[in-house]
Design a protein around this ligand. Sequence first.
Ligand code: AHR
Length: 652
Amino acid sequence: MVEIRAALGGPGQCRGRASFRDVRLEILATDPMSVGGISVDASVSGPPLDERVYSQFIEHLGRCIYGGIWAEMLEDRKFFFPVRPDYAPYGPGVEPTPANPYPILRTSPWEIISGGPNAVAMTTHGVVSGRHAVELAPGAAIRQRHLAVEAGRRYTGYVVASSAVRGARLTVSLEGAVGGLTGAAVAGDEPRRIPFEFTATGTVASAALALRADGAPVRVGAVSLMPADRVEGMRRDTVELLRRLRAPIYRWPGGNFVSGYDWRDGIGERDRRPTCANPAWTGIEPNDSGLHEFVHFCRLVGTEPMVTVDTGFGDAHSAAAELEYSNGDARTTWWGRKRADNGAREPFNIRYWCIGNEMWGTWQLGYMKPEHYFLKHNWVVGTMRQTHPSFIAIASGNAGPWSEGMLKACAAHMDWIAEHFYCGDLPGDMSHVRQIPERIRQKAEAHRAYRASIPGLRDRPIPVAMTEWNYWYGPHVFGELGTRYFLRDALGIAAGFHEYARQSDVIVSAFYAQTVNVIGAIKTSRTRAAMETTGLALELYRNRFLGSPLRTETGHLLEAQALRSSDGRRLVVSVVNPWREELRVPLRVAGARIKGPGRAWRLSGPAPTSFNDPDQDPVVSVAEVGAVELGELRLAALSATIIEFPCAAAAN
Ligand code: AHR
């Protein structure tokens, strides 16, 4: 095993070919690799690791919400794009294929399948949301393909339709999966909801939902189709996995998305909410999942909401209105009453509010010079505080001149400061794993330096919230930014939690970015959901790795960190072995009396590039691996192991 790391003129990554003409490798020893031991001194501990480091982030991007969490099966269900004879929803010649299963929608996904050239037209009558509805002449039909259904599963939906003429009839069918049709009379000029349901007779990867008019023209303003086993509009399979992550907080709705998002578009009757182009990414935003749905999601998953307000294109008054809408009393505040009108009498009581996203980045919608943004930040938080004084304001930071400037100019208007980082793909498993803890450490050290140098921060230090962190590389397998994760990424995420424990005096929360499909811990196909390798690491550490960090020393070939549980009765040792061979490592513990063998849990798989896929049996898994005695640890190749020893409570 040979690993060569070269510093090419400074920090950062570079790719290319290097020739080492003047380098000669000498064999110094041929002994088996010696990694040294792990020494834990339980008498030296730091502030407890905050459980909020196990928080998560979801964004309106790619297939995170739509196609991942939200159960709607149809794309463009409210006819944002005009339905036209030149059907090419994903661009000319592009179809979903096994190599590209989730292409991005560019024009209408509704295909005209019967009727003459003028039998299907867009109309401004019978509009439910947006600019137009689609009108089908008698005999005309449209359909949407690429819907995956499973034999025996029930699907329910509705069409919002109207007709100016008596005698109109609409037939809905699930082509390819159901023998029968569902038909209904469409009466009246006012759009009316016509429900339907199907039980699929076969498992079909590309069924189609078809709508056909007969008797008289029918206008269709909106359509919906969901599996009947959904939970409050969300995919049951995804929700079950999300619950397993037990994330304390979820951050929403972006990310870059938020800097062009008007939260008011996402409230009120769902069918009437406008569809728009996703302002920061690609595809469309149907606004079916807005603030209310996010709060329901949090209740369902058992987590606390964190909302990011738009400080890109948005303004202070919109941010304050969003806060009042969420937390205002329904009897005494204008926006609180609006919330009640929309079905939620009780305030949402959202505590955590991010003030903008990555406002330091020139790609951010509404980017402005730092000195201008610092004024905007204070204006936004000041206006929000006038509306509702008590909330946790998280400023948008980026270690370096931006965070330093924010802390100098805005510390009085923030409770936490956000940091983000993403790591790429590095050759060498250990280097790949190590970059995550290294980036966390760099962020924490930068903030420690600000605390020491910026007047006022010594007395009122501003904690760091790592509101986005992850690996981000590789092809988009699960839609936009739907990168796959491998076992070696999971080992890096595990090592990241070691570092959060070491930096617990500075970092109080972290939000793995993101949760579903988009650089996500959970991946979904059209019918299945599965925990990614990194999701398994999040789940394992959330359940087993909490407590106060203890002084832990290892050689540089291992990643290890010990904790003492809050009741003092368990000593937890976590070790990441990124090497492709089993290691035997002595473990020494001082300052604690271990009372017996430990229980151990191990995340592992066959190869650094092993991965899990929703449509295949899992390859990477977590298992309890039996009793472990203090002394020599046997660490499986490519594994993250957490061992929990019973110990006598610390005397203090
Ligand atoms: O998580 C994906 C994107 O990465 C987010 O939208 C943005 O905040 C960051 O640059």
